[in-house]
Design a protein around this ligand. Structure first.
Ligand code: NAP
Length: 277
């Protein structure tokens, strides 16, 4: 078992939800944590909570969709704090909308974070990890990365792409001492759903009926376990893990159930387009 005590951990998306809960748990277990997101006030508020508990933390406000800013901040982090032992990629956003409701610009934004924000962050540190021949990268992903349902096309695209990127990275770094893990979570009670109420409404009911909503603390504990076990893919809760396996063999059944219990507005949207065009 590895120990996070004394380890330097970079957590992106650390100002809210899964990222902030993870940062706090890591510090409680003896890690030093670098907090990264765009909003400085929320980052400082998380840092204040951590320092009040006697923890060591550093704040870097960065828009991780900006390649130059991500790279220059990474250099600053290395110079001022050191090279992280572990990177946890939690920065992400994007509302659940249909093809008709999503502009081209919004499609790009949804790919920007988490998908490209994760890639920019990893690339800013990876060569240093390779030179040191150690490091652990943990990408946080959604169960949406395994399923298809209506009304969330940009969100699904970015999570499926992030999953493929993560699995491909695991393959490419197979011969190194750099570990790559992916945590896939079902619904988590975080500010994301307060900020994106349409997304909450569109979760297929079959999913909310069969599995409980996770807390950010439960997700943080699982991330701590992944640091210890270095497992490549962890899916929570266990009912979601089972659904992912069944979906692999019976994709048609899951697609039908998700369609029947998910967003039903597509037919109206298509009718509206026909009427207007
Ligand atoms: N909530 C769920 O049910 C759930 C389930 C599974 C997976 N996830 C995934 O986990 C990730 C985090 O979700 P959450 O629920 O913790 O959401 P959240 O509470 O909304 O937190 C998102 C974090 O990402 C940061 N962020 C967004 N865009 C950024 C950017 N361009 N650059 C840097 N930081 C950025 C936000 O801070 P700023 O806005 O200040 O930058 C915030 O700290 C998302 O990718 C989500 O898909 C969520």
């Amino acid at each position: 078992m590895k120990d996070v005590k004394g380890k330097l951990v970079l957590v992106t998306g650390a100002s809210s939800g899964i990222g902030s809960a993870t940062a706090k748990l890591l510090v409680a277990n003896g890690a030093e944590v670098i907090l990264q997101a765009r909003g400085i006030d929320k980052l400082n508020s998380v840092a204040t909570d951590i320092k009040a508990e006697g923890g060591l933390t550093y704040v870097y406000a960065t828009d991780l969709t900006d390649i130059a800013a991500t790279e220059s901040t990474a250099k600053k982090i290395i110079d001022e704090v050191g090279l992280p032992d572990i990177i946890i990629n939690c920065a992400g956003a994007g509302e659940w909308l249909s093809i008709f409701q999503t502009s081209n610009e919004e499609f790009h934004q949804m790919m920007d974070a988490p998908h490209f924000a994760t890639i920019h962050t990893i690339k800013a540190f990876l060569n240093h990890f390779v030179k040191r021949d150690s490091g652990h990268i943990i990408n946080i992903n959604s169960a949406a990365s395994y399923f298809i349902y209506p009304g969330a096309i940009g969100y699904l695209s970015s999570r499926w792409t992030l999953r493929v990127f993560t699995e491909a990275l695991q393959e490419e770094l197979r011969t190194t001492n750099i570990h790559v893990s992916m945590l896939v979570a079902g619904k988590v009670d975080s500010p994301y759903f307060t900020n994106n109420p349409i997304s909450a409404e569109r979760i297929p009911k079959i999913s909310t009926m069969l599995m409980k909503t996770l807390t950010v603390e439960q997700v943080a504990k699982t991330i701590l376990k992944i640091i210890n076990t270095r497992k490549k893919i962890v899916i929570i809760p266990w009912e979601m893990s089972l659904s992912v396996i069944l979906n692999k063999y019976f994709p048609g059944i899951f697609r039908t159930l998700n369609r029947m219990t998910g967003y039903g507005g597509i037919t109206d949207e298509i009718a509206e387009i026909k009427r207007k065009t």
